[in-house]
Design a protein around this ligand. Structure first.
Ligand SMILES: C[S@@+](CC[C@H](N)C(=O)[O-])C[C@H]1O[C@@H](n2cnc3c(N)ncnc32)[C@H](O)[C@@H]1O
Ligand SMILES: Nc1nc2[nH]cc(C(=O)O)c2c(=O)[nH]1
Ligand code: SF4
Ligand SMILES: [Mg+2]
Length: 213
């Protein structure tokens, strides 16, 4: 199977429990909850997306004909050491990565020495072998993935309050302020919710504050 990838680049994980960890970001094209076209945002199931995932024209992006070719491109983006002190890490995101990320890709990435994280909207089943699963539920989308390593809810979503997710089988529960024109207000609301409900921790999108991607 061929893989369609918007961009592949090396940066720091900006969000969630693994914040600050060097990682190759492999951003798959396409999402099942929005076409990616601005003209269709207001009709989309997920309307707050902060990401361009359309096409394959970003840095390091392209159509990769095989899992091996994809994994080699990820390895090239890592560049540096792969000794026992610096096991390489890839974050598969998108778009919705679980529309494309399959077991052959996971095997090929493991063969290149990578631990594999995924950022998913939780509407698809996850293939075997992932090392870190971050689920970020969207209010209007059915949640299929009800277990994983972290649940990272964008807050506030009036139709998806944190109470709906607090008993699911995740090790970490995070609230991430909804970015957009009301980011500061949403950050204050998120702080208040975490203070009142200490099961939840604040996840800031740190890369946006320090000007990295
Ligand atoms: C662009 S999504 C791609 C992965 C997957 N489709 C998902 O939604 O989880 C990556 C992360 O950014 C979050 N995100 C997207 N738009 C956001 C926004 N406007 N404010 C805060 N977080 C946002 C998503 O909830 C998700 O955790
Ligand atoms: N630095 C950085 N960290 C991230 N963590 C999750 C991201 C995503 O878009 O999935 C993201 C991103 O876009 N950039
Ligand atoms: S599900 Fe993820 S990639 Fe898809 S539109 Fe929403 S935030 Fe963007
Ligand atoms: Mg992002």
């Amino acid at each position: 199977m061929a893989y369609f990838v918007k961009e592949i680049y090396y940066t720091l994980q900006g969000e969630g429990t693994q914040v600050g960890r060097p990682a190759v970001f492999c951003r798959f094209s396409r999402c099942n909850l929005w076409s990616g076209r601005e003209s269709q945002r207001s009709q989309a199931v997920c309307q707050f997306c902060d990401t361009d995932f359309v096409g394959t024209d970003g840095p390091g992006g392209g159509r990769f004909p095989t899992a091996k070719a994809l994994a080699e491109a990820v390895r090239t983006a890592w560049g540096g050491d792969t000794d026992e002190h610096s096991k390489p890490y890839v974050v598969c995101t998108g778009g919705e990565p679980l529309l494309q990320l399959d077991e052959p890709a996971i095997i090929a990435l493991h063969e290149q020495g990578f631990a594999i994280g995924v950022e998913t909207n939780g509407t698809q089943k996850a293939p075997e072998g992932l090392d870190w699963i971050c689920v970020s539920p969207k209010a209007a989308a059915p949640l299929m993935l009800t277990r994983g390593d972290e649940l990272k809810l964008v807050y506030p979503q009036p139709l998806a309050p944190p109470e709906r997710f607090q008993d699911l089988a995740f090790d970490h529960f995070l609230l991430q302020p909804l970015d957009g024109p009301d980011r500061d207000t949403n950050t204050a609301l998120t702080v208040d919710y975490c203070l009142a409900h200490p099961q939840w921790r604040l996840s800031l999108q740190t890369h946006k504050y320090i000007g990295i991607r």
